[in-house]
Design a protein around this ligand. Structure first.
Ligand code: ATP
Ligand code: MG
Length: 365
């Protein structure tokens, strides 16, 4: 424990994965997977967590498991290097969650800024807040620690969850002795990739907000999202007007996605994004050109992903076997952690008969 490099990440099977997932986390996961620097890499399909705000819609979660796995495989997650597993099939996670709730106050949970905004977004402030949703950061701490992960590559919205997990680990280790690995978040260096906004300009591209470009969208849909829904600069009426690049959704996406190679390929009049922005600010660069450039980049990014998805879609039996085998391995790993936790908490009565000796000793007096 503690001397290995282990990654855990996960996604809620509430829909197909989108460009925000790609830039915020998936792309990084593939790079880390292929770096060869990690002893173990796990991806958890967080169906139990998804049920905390979808209890009335189990069909949605069941159906989206396959979508999420297909998205993983199509971006280059390799099941030989990365273990893909399903949360609900790992009973150790439930037990750990229950124990960890004792280490967290309700006041602390109420302060979590991501959960606060999600409560608003889902209308729970008016309807009432499901307890399971309220405590999902605790279950996420269970996920991370169960796999002994020290590295967790996530988007910015997950930082409060990582902070919560670290607090739980520190408190657990303080009370029960050094048992759990302290995890660290790994967020993208590129600021726009940490929290990609929606095509509608809303703060976050999110399945629940319906403002996504999905990794499995076809070319026509992608074009429609860019041309029809992305706003640029409302004060940039004529091509010759000076324009603003800040808060301009098209430029935010370019910030997140483009590199100098894209200019050489599709827009050679500029060497890089800075030159292009400079021209836009000066006036004389039309929104149509900017959108067309973005569409070219999106196509270059998404077309190999689509092709790979099509291959796996034709082989769903293998997809099933991949997550079944991954889950079997994960059951072992998480059970080992649970056994360690139970021992540290002195509730491992039936591991061996040593407690009999303790009781006898106790009863002598
Ligand atoms: P939901 O609306 O159901 O919560 P979601 O779109 O927020 O779905 P999650 O499954 O909650 O997706 O998030 C999975 C991972 O993707 C997390 O690491 C999260 O930080 C990252 N992520 C999600 N949306 C974005 C985004 N717009 N930009 C960057 N990273 C993101
Ligand atoms: Mg989310």
């Amino acid at each position: 424990m503690g001397d290995k490099n282990i990654i855990l990440t996960g996604d809620r099977p509430t829909g197909r994965l989108h460009l925000g997932h790609y830039v915020g986390s998936l792309k990084r996961r593939v790079e880390l997977q292929n770096s060869g620097k990690y002893d173990d890499i796990y991806i958890l399909i967080a169906d139990d967590q998804a049920l905390t705000d979808n209890a009335d819609n189990p069909r949605k979660i069941r159906d989206n498991i396959v979508n999420v796995v297909l998205d993983y495989l199509s971006v280059g997650i390799d099941p030989k290097k990365t273990t893909i597993c399903v949360q609900s099939a790992l009973p150790a996670l439930h037990a750990l969650t229950f124990y960890y709730t004792n280490l967290v106050t309700t006041a602390r949970l109420s302060r979590n800024p991501t959960v606060k905004s999600e409560i608003q977004m889902r209308g729970f402030a008016e309807e009432g807040l499901p307890t399971g949703f309220f405590i999902y950061p605790v279950s996420q701490a269970a996920d991370i620690t169960a796999f002994n992960a020290n590295v967790v590559p996530v988007g910015e919205d997950q930082l409060p969850m990582l902070e919560q997990a670290r607090e739980i680990v520190e408190k657990f280790n303080r009370i029960y002795g050094e048992t759990l690995v302290l995890p660290t978040a790994m967020i993208p260096e590129n600021e726009m990739q940490r929290r990609l906004p929606g095509v509608d300009g809303k703060a976050k591209m999110s399945k629940s907000l319906g403002n996504c470009i999905y990794l499995s969208d076809d070319s026509k849909t992608v074009k429609k999202q860019v041309n029809g829904r992305m706003f640029t600069d409302p004060t940039h009426l004529q091509i010759t007007d000076p324009g603003h690049t800040e808060g301009n959704v098209v430029f935010t996406y370019l910030d997140a996605l483009c590199n100098d190679g894209h200019f050489a390929e599709y827009l050679p009049e500029y060497a890089n994004l800075e030159e292009m922005k400079e021209h836009y600010r000066r006036g004389g660069l039309g929104d149509g050109t900017c959108k067309k450039f973005l569409i070219n980049i999106l196509e270059e990014t998404l077309s190999p992903i689509r092709a790979e998805r099509a291959k796996w879609e034709a082989d769903i039996d293998s997809v099933y076997d991949i997550i079944k085998e991954g889950t079997e391995k994960a059951i072992e790993t998480t059970n080992e952690t649970l056994a360690r936790v139970r021992k540290a908490m002195k509730i491992d009565y039936f591991e061996d008969r040593s407690i009999i000796g303790e009781w006898k000793e106790l009863l002598k007096h």
